[in-house]
Design a protein around this ligand. Structure first.
Ligand SMILES: Cc1ncc(COP(=O)(O)O)c(C=O)c1O
Length: 380
């Protein structure tokens, strides 16, 4: 391939946000208020996200990581508890467990989806397991329905790390976030399906849970910020952090949310374009995202051979490939919880994330796949 010709948009970046032009206007409307922490735009963002998901309430926080921290804390996870999760995830999922004083218990994954399955979760349970965190890799829902009663019977709760999965659905059509038995955490960082710049959303299951999460996210104070404005005092009822979402981030999120249906459709279009263009390319398997139900966050292939060489070759030719993720059970920070996970280790050495974001076009996809074919040829 002649890489000196003009490149189609976005191939040099693995992920990027798409600006619609309305974000700056939305920020301009909020800035003069001087209220740059939690404010009316944050409340509006919570309400609009709840509307979109078809739920009664959501709790906005300052990152997906904070969402996981608070979700675990809100259900009382702490020292002596085990939490099951895949090793193949961003380290934030694991840090949320260890920072709360609990132990990560790493589970194997299905190499087709890079996510845990009911069987791999069951295999990883211990007498101390109090929660399971399925990671919705690439945005695909993880259906634990077959073991839900078993988990509930053992007092084990499900907290979804849906950082990748805003807008996706379960195979039965339920939106991720709308399952009343699951506490769902989304990320809205710059490259996620819905961005607020930086931010996260927790979908609480009950009114009480929502109140507890709101208190935890802002210093443990009982009264809302608005109520405090007309009071000479306030009550601190327990532990709390400054994990609230600023109005500035919420304003960006509200602007992005208006265009979400188009962004979601474009992500599906791009993923299907990759699926078509990759057909017949030998030694390459696409990680299956169940695109009909998923708003794809990424496009990851599993290579039969020479992943590291192919990665380097593509980088040298200006293609924004990336590896998500190096497994966590072999990281120094998590060695106390190491287990043998041969499937994870094998597939982690083969995965390659292709450039994938809504700035791209079908030409960007064709160009990327042609570059991948060249890289495989050059390194075999
Ligand atoms: C699987 C997963 N979990 C959690 C997070 C943390 O989200 P945030 O960056 O919003 O803190 C990320 C972010 O990249 C992620 O990919």
């Amino acid at each position: 391939m002649n890489t000196t010709t003009t490149r189609p948009p976005g191939v040099e970046r693995n992920a990027a946000p798409l600006l619609h032009g309305t974000e700056a206007v939305a920020l301009g409307a909020v800035l003069p208020s001087g209220q740059w922490g939690h404010g009316p735009a944050t409340d509006q963002f919570e309400a609009d996200v709840a509307d979109m998901l078809g739920v009664t309430d959501t709790v906005a926080v300052n990152s997906g990581t904070s969402a996981l921290h608070l979700a675990l804390r809100s259900i009382g996870i702490g020292p002596g508890d085990d939490v099951v999760l895949p090793s193949l995830t961003f380290c934030a999922s694991v840090q949320a467990i260890t920072w709360n004083g609990a132990a990560p218990r790493f589970a194997e994954i299905d190499p087709r989806t890079l996510a845990v399955t009911p069987d791999t979760v069951l295999e990883a349970l211990t007498p101390n397991t109090r929660a399971v965190i399925p990671v919705l890799y690439g945005g695909r829902a993880v259906d634990l329905a077959p073991i839900r009663d078993h988990l509930a019977g053992r007092g084990i709760q499900i907290i979804e790390d849906a950082a990748h999965a805003f807008g996706s659905r379960y195979p039965d059509g339920t939106m991720v976030g709308a399952d009343p038995a699951v506490l769902t955490c989304f990320s809205h960082d710059p490259i996620k399906n819905l961005t607020t710049g930086q931010g996260g959303t927790i979908v609480p299951r009950t009114r009480e849970e929502a109140a507890a999460l709101r208190s935890l996210r802002l210093f443990g104070i009982v009264q809302s910020k608005d109520a405090r404005a007309s009071l000479t005092s306030y009550e601190v009822q327990g532990a709390g952090m400054r994990f609230d979402m600023s109005q500035l981030n919420a304003a960006i999120g509200l602007a992005q949310l208006q265009h979400f249906p188009q962004t979601a459709a474009h992500r599906q279009y791009l993923w299907r374009a990759f699926q078509a263009e990759l057909t017949g390319l030998e030694g390459v398997r696409l990680v299956d995202l169940d695109v009909a139900n998923t708003v794809p966050f990424n496009c990851v292939v599993v290579l039969d051979h020479h992943r590291d060489d192919v990665f380097r070759h593509l980088r040298e030719h200006g293609i924004g490939v990336a590896v998500h993720y190096p497994p966590n059970h072999t990281q120094a920070a998590f060695l106390p919880w190491h287990r043998d996970l041969p499937v994870t280790e094998q597939v982690a050495s083969q995965i390659l994330g292709l450039p994938f974001h809504p700035v791209m076009t079908h030409d960007s996809v064709r160009y990327t796949v042609a570059a991948l074919a060249d890289a495989i040829k050059a390194t075999s």
